[in-house]
Design a binder for this molecule. Structure first.
Ligand SMILES: *Cc1c(COP(=O)(O)O)cnc(C)c1O
Length: 392
């Protein structure tokens, strides 16, 4: 923050005050301080793949960037070829039929869709149902729209799946949107049989839009195949799904994703976006088409790499006496600890390891820390060695 900015916080709008303190920024500061002090920090906090984007996708971007046809404002909803490639991918991968014209919308990453959907549907005071712990943007996007967040607790006892009967009827009837996310960040849980059907029924009964965040569908192990929410009977009537190339193809920096599903819901989101951005760079969409319609080898290799790291980390943690489940999907390991802030602080201070305290994902995350498998097996082994050397 530059010096001048220091004079303006008193002018912040009230809704800025409603935002939760950004814990991740504080952790970044603590990490930077350690690094300045010469500590070789192992960052197992970041949800950003360390693996590169597949070379054929990078080549396609370079080619497309040189084509002057791509140097103009993109279309708002995405190039027809991009939307067709998304529809074909959904058909191939999930057996879900999408009309590329009406049921696919290009996004600048799924965060774009998540951040803007409440603007289209939430009036001040309306409820939004969001998992806790959960991806922080479900909550902040609701607060920007001046909606109220009702946290759906995710507990180990319920396999980190919300118990819909626990949502008070008054809240359900005043709710506009329910965010769901399986495979889940940060708990790494996958959905259970029947849950998506229950969610569709709940949405129909209470007139709620379901926004399913499927950012991790391709990051899965031991033969697990994550479904699309849209495979569920009736889902197309009540739901949209956010997806992106970020995690699947190591493209977090490229900012390209898609919202798919119910055409009327998408059209509301599209109308908001027309007023805040001007679409995804056409050359990036060309590269995305190349990724979606090309070889799956890079995805399989990435999963293989994460799986190896997962096995190293889980075995090591168990050897150290921690009780921790091995995830079927996502690149996260979610581990119960007595006090997540104290644990994360000690890990950084005494071992130079960054882990994310669960409380950063909402009150339901208290008592857990999240390890990201976004560092090499060697670095994970090094981290385990340092943990072993820590005073008990
Ligand atoms: C990474 C992530 C996203 C956002 O990814 P984009 O890069 O914006 O596509 C969305 N949801 C969850 C749960 C994530 O972990």
């Amino acid at each position: 923050m530059n010096e001048q900015n220091a004079y303006f916080p008193h002018m912040y709008a009230e809704r800025m005050g409603a935002l939760p303190p950004y814990l991740f920024a504080r952790i970044d500061e603590m990490k930077a301080k350690k690094m300045r002090a010469g500590v070789d920090v192992i960052d197992l906090g970041v949800g950003d793949p360390d693996l590169p984007t597949p070379p054929h996708v990078v080549d396609e971007l370079c080619r497309a960037a040189r084509d002057p046809a791509h140097h103009h404002y993109p279309s708002y909803s995405g190039m027809p070829d991009f939307r067709a490639a998304v529809a074909q991918w959904y058909q191939r991968r999930f057996g879900v039929d999408l009309d590329p014209k009406e049921q696919v919308l290009a996004l600048m990453g799924s965060k774009d869709g998540i951040a803007h959907i409440p603007e289209a549907f939430v009036n001040p005071g309306d409820y939004v149902l969001a998992p806790s712990p959960g991806y922080p943007v479900y909550r902040t996007s609701t607060l920007f729209a001046e909606g109220r967040v009702h946290e759906m607790p995710l507990s180990a006892e319920n396999h980190f799946i919300p118990v819909l009967e626990d949502i008070p009827r008054k809240v359900a009837s005043a709710a506009k949107i329910m965010f769901l996310n399986y495979p889940n960040n940060p708990t790494s849980a996958v959905t259970r049989k029947g849950f998506f059907e229950e969610a569709v029924e709940f949405a129909r009964e209470h007139n709620i839009i379901i926004v399913h965040d499927n950012a991790y569908s391709e990051i899965a192990y031991d033969g697990y195949k994550a479904p699309s929410f849209l495979e569920t009977d009736g889902a197309m009537d009540v739901a949209i799904e956010m997806h992106s190339l970020s995690k699947t193809y190591n493209m977090t920096g490229w900012r390209v994703g898609m919202a798919v599903g119910n055409a009327e819901i998408l059209s509301g989101l599209g109308r908001v976006k027309t007023n805040v951005d001007s679409g995804v760079f056409d050359a990036v969409q060309r590269a995305a088409i190349c990724a979606l319609s090309g070889s799956y080898d890079s995805v399989r290799e990435a999963c293989h790499t994460y799986q190896e790291r997962r096995d190293v980390l889980i075995a090591g943690l168990r050897k150290l006496g921690f009780s921790v489940d091995s995830p079927k999907a996502t690149f996260y390991v979610w581990m119960p600890v007595a006090d997540c802030m104290a644990f994360a602080t000690r890990m950084l201070d005494e071992a130079g390891i960054v882990v994310t305290p669960g409380i950063g994902f909402g009150s339901g995350g208290a008592g857990y820390v999240r390890f990201a498998l976004t560092r090499s097996s060697d670095r994970i082994r090094e981290a385990l060695g340092r943990m072993e050397a820590m005073a008990p």
